[in-house]
Write a protein that binds this ligand. Structure first.
Ligand SMILES: *[C@@H]1O[C@H](CO)[C@@H](O)[C@H](O)[C@H]1NC(C)=O
Length: 355
């Protein structure tokens, strides 16, 4: 397999170092354990709301049922909310509703040179949006000057618009060496979100067992507004989902040995993340609660049948805590760098402007 990788924002193409793509022989598939662990991993408390709620019941839920589920989850432990049928675009995925993925956000970053990047993202709290670092910087690692965040709608033309007033990223990220990891960033919203069945925070794990076999029976899925063909040319406005499996072997997509990246493969042939899915979550559901276990960073070998590199979320929980808990970023920290943005800066939509 050639070592060609693309980071997944709508307009960037990057090369991974050749050694990153070596050693890609299929690893033996371990026998899966009988069940997904019933206990979720510990997660950050980024908001007073129960994180990871979504409405994916087979029967149609009413507002009341949804409130009841929220109530019972909070006070009586989680219910089995993930009983959805079907599935199956992302490339070769299936359309998703916002009710099943209310943590999704569509983002547009605008750079000083007039270019932009369209990416996917997830909601951490009323004020904080999680995405990939390569979505918030230009090819010189310079931050965007403005960003728009759309939430609450599976169609990225119709989400509710929130301007970002601040951006932060892992200071060790370098867009010219995306194989080195640290591909994680945050936008802070100028106005807080109001949670509803279509706008919810995702859970952010502080640890995970994603590289072992313990979650291989859990629902593992990627979401995003990226291209839906292997060539990375066909756009969709509709959120897509795809069942995936995390490889136990990090060397399948990365040369890093610090386990800060996880490798993800689509469960059906010729499927995977593509341009525009960048920044979107790899979601693992524990008893129906959605955890962001990875953040879409790059693909090795093209949109299909490649393997995708996702930033391993739990390895960055301290960074997220620092960025999002207090509602302010401690810019004195050398691990985070941050910049103020200009809310309301007039910018054309990027919807038809994938580069
Ligand atoms: C995706 O996974 C879910 C839960 O594991 C399953 O119910 C569904 O049938 C899968 N979809 C496809 C297209 O395989």
């Amino acid at each position: 397999m050639k070592g060609i990788a693309c980071c997944l924002s709508a307009f960037l193409l990057l090369l991974l170092p050749e050694e990153s793509a070596q050693g890609k022989a299929a690893s033996p598939t371990p026998a899966p354990p009988p069940n997904c662990p019933s206990s979720a991993p510990p997660s950050l408390s980024l908001t007073s709301t129960q994180c990871g709620q979504s409405s994916v019941l087979r029967t149609r839920q009413t507002w009341l049922q949804w409130m009841w589920n929220s109530f019972t989850e909070t006070f009586m432990g989680s219910q089995d909310l993930e009983r959805e049928e079907g599935g199956g675009l992302i490339f070769n995925g299936a359309p998703a509703t916002i009710a099943e993925a209310p943590f999704m956000a569509y983002i547009e970053s605008f750079f000083a040179d007039g270019s932009g990047a369209a990416c996917s993202a997830s909601i951490l709290s009323e004020k904080w949006i999680l995405t990939a670092a390569h979505c918030v910087v230009d090819s010189n690692n310079a931050f965007a000057v403005a960003a728009k965040v759309y939430v609450g709608n599976a169609d990225n033309r119709y989400g509710a618009l929130h301007d970002a007033d601040s951006v932060a990223r892992d200071g060790a990220f370098n867009i010219n060496n995306i194989g080195n990891g640290h591909d994680i960033a945050f936008y802070r919203l100028a106005t807080p979100l109001t949670f509803s069945p279509s706008i919810q925070p995702i859970c952010f794990p502080t640890t995970d067992t994603v590289l072992g076999t313990a979650i291989s029976d859990c629902d593992q899925r990627i979401y995003g507004w990226g291209k839906i063909d292997a060539a990375g040319q066909t756009s969709t406005n509709t959120l897509q989902k795809l069942n995936v499996t995390v490889s136990a072997d990090v060397s399948a997509c990365s040369s890093l040995t610090d386990e800060t990246v996880v490798c993800v493969r689509g469960d059906v042939a010729n499927s995977g993340a593509c341009f525009g899915d960048s920044g979107g979550p790899l979601v693992v559901r524990y008893n129906g609660r959605a955890f962001v276990t990875g953040i879409a960073s790059y693909v090795v070998g093209g949109c299909a049948p490649g393997i995708d590199g996702y930033t391993r979320a739990s390895k960055y929980s301290a960074l997220v805590q620092q960025a999002a808990v207090s509602g302010a970023i401690d810019s004195s920290s050398d691990s985070i760098i941050t910049q103020a943005l200009t809310p309301g800066l007039s910018q054309a939509r990027l919807l038809e402007g994938y580069h």
